[in-house]
Design a protein around this ligand. Structure first.
Ligand code: GZL
Length: 326
């Protein structure tokens, strides 16, 4: 199965040449493909700064200079596009499939096809839920419930037991990041009767939708004290909406966010975001290290959680901003 497409192309080229009289650019020969480890990467999309940093990290790790040929597919946040991409990877006979899944469910059938083709699948970032966990070799990503609990702990410690009216901007519904962060907030709501959830909607992790949602609740005259936003891009949109309404983020409204990208931490330093829980996107070297292990006949833990931090005005420094990798 390996690189069948490539071999077919090599056979067709001379015929095309004779028919068209023009010499097409030489396709990579099977040997040239064989010089590389071919990795098919199905990415969620380009919905956020986090996602773009994750893509760049993967592209840098799986470079030709590192011995890889990366076949990259952007699913535009649609699971059906990811399923099609995985089937294409199988057909092309890649050596490894890396999947950053949009949502947790719906992967059993296509991953069974990858297993039948003998292609190892590595899950990165969000988690998947399958009947048979042999359908993927291993997963590496974040503890999203832990991230949500971290945010609630900070709220408990810094916002005291005063009554809080909370606006909750959720990420892509059904994604591990949304499920975990939401579960953390729900635990907080159940243990703090003085906290009231006054609004909950999904902003799809995008800045535009985050701004749209907050503009709408301001227009409706909703009163609230806290915005619990499940990623920085939705937070940027919410901040724009607050400012356009004459409100001061961090003063009139406390903002809790997730991802902790460099720009967001600048806003933490300025007092606009009160607390930002890190979700580290720089998975490229981590996934590449897993593939190196597998190629050397070594195993990798089934689940690997990356170490992450969190930031408020107390621990954000200029040097931290300068050194930040994303
Ligand atoms: C989290 C990742 C989420 C980020 C968002 O690991 O899946 O998706 O928090 C991104 O910024 O869109």
């Amino acid at each position: 199965m390996k690189h069948n497409i490539v071999r077919c192309l090599c056979l067709l080229l001379p015929v095309l040449w004779l028919l068209t009289g023009c010499a097409p650019a030489p396709a990579p020969t099977a040997e040239s493909y064989d010089d590389f480890v071919v990795v098919g990467f199905s990415q969620v999309g380009a919905e956020s700064d986090w996602r773009n940093a994750n893509t760049l990290s993967m592209q840098q790790a799986f470079s030709e200079s590192n011995g890889y040929r990366l076949i990259f597919d952007d699913a535009q946040q649609k699971q059906e596009k990811q399923i099609t991409a995985i089937r294409n990877f199988i057909h092309q006979g890649v050596d490894y499939i890396v999947l950053a899944p949009t949502t947790e469910k719906g992967w059993d059938t296509v991953l069974a096809e990858a297993k039948s083709a003998g292609i190892p699948v590595i899950i990165v970032d969000r988690m998947i839920e399958v009947e048979d966990d042999s359908l993927y070799t291993c997963w590496i990503g974040s503890d999203f419930l832990g991230e949500g609990r971290n945010a609630v702990r900070w709220m408990d410690q810094h916002l005291g037991d005063e009554p809080l009216r909370i606006v909750h901007l959720q990420g892509n519904l059904g994604s591990s990041a949304q499920l975990g962060r939401t579960a953390g907030l729900n635990e907080g709501l159940s243990t703090h009767p003085e906290w009231q959830l006054v609004y909950r909607e999904s902003g799809d992790f995008t800045q535009a939708k985050g701004q749209e949602l907050v503009e709408a609740i301001l227009a409706d005259g909703l009163d609230f004290d806290v915005i619990f936003s499940e990623n920085d891009n939705m937070t940027y949109g919410a901040i724009d909406a607050l400012k356009n309404a004459g409100l001061t983020p961090g003063k009139d409204v406390t903002i809790i966010s997730f991802d902790a990208s460099r720009h967001a931490l600048e806003l933490v330093m300025q007092g606009q975001i009160s607390y930002d829980v890190e979700c580290n996107p720089l998975h490229g070297p981590r996934v590449e290290s897993i593939i190196q292990k597998l190629r050397n006949g070594l195993s990798s833990p089934k689940l690997t959680y990356v170490q992450e931090s969190a930031f408020d005005a107390e621990n954000v420094t200029q040097s931290l901003l300068e050194e930040r990798g994303y």
